[in-house]
Write a protein that binds this ligand. Structure first.
Ligand code: HSE
Length: 436
């Protein structure tokens, strides 16, 4: 059978890994796909660097957008990232009837509805396993393995850089800045690490998980996003003393009044398996009605782990190329005319429990005053403790774990607490999830 010809957009970390694994495992991949998979050409900005990687036999082109209309290719593999050239190239490729494999979570989270609708119109496939957590086959699991289930929630460590930073802060008692520096030295964090540490990268991935978990359009603009840059090692230590670990979690949940879509630092019980996922690794929990809780773990980034997902998608596209569009698995797991418009809840309407640290004057009655303020707001305290004796200023930290309450309610109570003359205005408030 005629080989499948691919145009590879980008030969950086993921593109280079894809090229290498396609070459190394060529026979094994052909046995699975039923046809040879050939790289027809590579599009790259740095032509010399690209030629040094792919060798003399594969053409290297500079203009990715122009190249995608090549009648000699069946599949465009987009691993350049970003939302400009990548978007133009993908839309043009779709218009020319090419199937798409992409690792581009930002593009799909932001412009996914437009891109998926264009793919539907032109009857081509768009596959994006590599966009969420590198090698972990979570898109496949949600779209196919768990297809019998009503998904209740998905919660995951889906940014390796921030997980590495939090692990370093906890195990080596490092402040945030030092842990970030270590991540940068190891090449985990980008030179501008904002997307990693401010939760944006995790929110891109969570947006896609939410769409395929619940059969809703992608809605990145409705995601609540809070990163780890304001976390202190003090709170990590207190959380540990209380039997918790702090992780940057992406959480999406079907609540009675809408869907939660949120990324933020989260206290989770130290005994949960996901709490011990350290370093740059990713892990995702899915709670569904028939299967119960399932967990997916692996490398969320890196050349070959991400290439593993890219190539799995190329193989799937190869197998299904001759099938009619309605015989293929829908991009968002649900039939495109069956997507639901259930709303994404604003964070103020989300219900969860909390860790609160306030700094107070160590005087008689302060604990009672705090407890009364919370009780007046209908907030039930699960535990409350004073951390350490008062210091030279006669101030001390009070740490409170609450039961579940609505965020709006909790924020209103904090606003009252910090107006008390015995309570300092700075505080730490971290959400807490049981994940049971
Ligand atoms: N920057 C991402 C992370 C890797 O640290 O997990 C690619 O998504």
């Amino acid at each position: 059978m005629k080989p499948v010809r691919i145009g590879l957009l980008g030969i950086g970390t993921v593109g280079g890994g894809t090229f290498e694994v396609l070459k190394r495992n060529r026979e094994e991949i052909t046995r699975r796909a039923g046809r040879h998979i050939e790289v027809a050409w590579v599009a790259a900005r740095d032509l010399d660097r690209a030629r040094a990687i792919v060798g003399p036999d594969i053409p290297v082109v500079a203009d990715a957008v122009a190249a995608v209309s090549d009648p000699d290719v069946d599949v465009i593999v987009e691993v350049i990232g970003g939302t400009t050239v990548a978007k133009d190239a993908i839309l043009r490729a779709i218009a020319h009837g090419k199937h798409i494999v992409t690792a581009n979570k930002a593009l799909l989270a932001i412009d996914g509805n437009e891109i998926l609708s264009a793919a539907n119109t032109h009857g081509v496939m768009i596959a994006f396993e590599a966009a969420v957590s590198g090698c972990i086959p979570i898109v496949k699991a949600l779209r196919e393995g768990l297809a019998a289930n009503r998904i209740e929630w998905i919660a995951g460590i889906i940014n390796g850089t921030s997980n590495y930073i939090l692990s370093e802060m906890r195990t080596k008692k490092l402040p945030f800045a030092a842990a970030l520096e270590a991540a940068q030295r190891l090449g985990y964090a980008e030179a501008d690490p904002t997307f990693d540490i401010e939760g944006i990268d995790a929110a891109h991935k969570l947006t896609l998980l939410s769409a395929i978990g619940f059969g809703i359009p992608v809605q990145f603009d409705r995601a609540y996003i809070e990163g780890i840059s304001k976390l202190t090692d003090r709170d990590i230590t207190y959380a540990e003393e209380l039997g918790y670990r702090i992780k940057l979690l992406g959480i999406t949940r079907r609540a009675p009044t809408g869907i939660e879509l949120r990324v933020h630092p989260t206290l989770i019980p130290a005994g949960r398996i996901i709490a011990s996922v350290d370093g740059a690794m990713n892990a995702i929990l899915v709670k569904s009605d028939a299967a119960g809780v399932t967990m997916y773990y692996g490398a969320g980034a890196g050349a070959e782990p991400t290439a593993s997902a890219v190539i799995a998608d190329i193989i799937e596209v190869t197998r299904l190329m001759q099938a009619e569009p309605e015989e293929r698995v829908p991009f968002l797991a649900f039939q495109s005319d069956a997507l639901s418009d259930v709303r994404i809840l604003p964070m103020a309407d989300v219900e969860t429990s909390y860790y609160l640290r306030v700094r107070v004057k160590d005087v008689v009655g302060v604990l009672a005053d705090i407890a009364r303020t919370l009780a007046d707001a209908g907030i039930s305290v699960a535990s409350m403790l004073q951390q350490g004796a008062g210091d030279a200023d006669n101030e001390t930290d009070i740490v409170i774990l609450t039961h579940r309450t609505r965020e709006r309610n909790f924020d209103a109570a904090i606003a009252k607490l910090v107006q008390m003359p015995t309570v300092r205005p700075e505080y730490a408030r971290i959400r807490r999830e049981d994940l049971g």
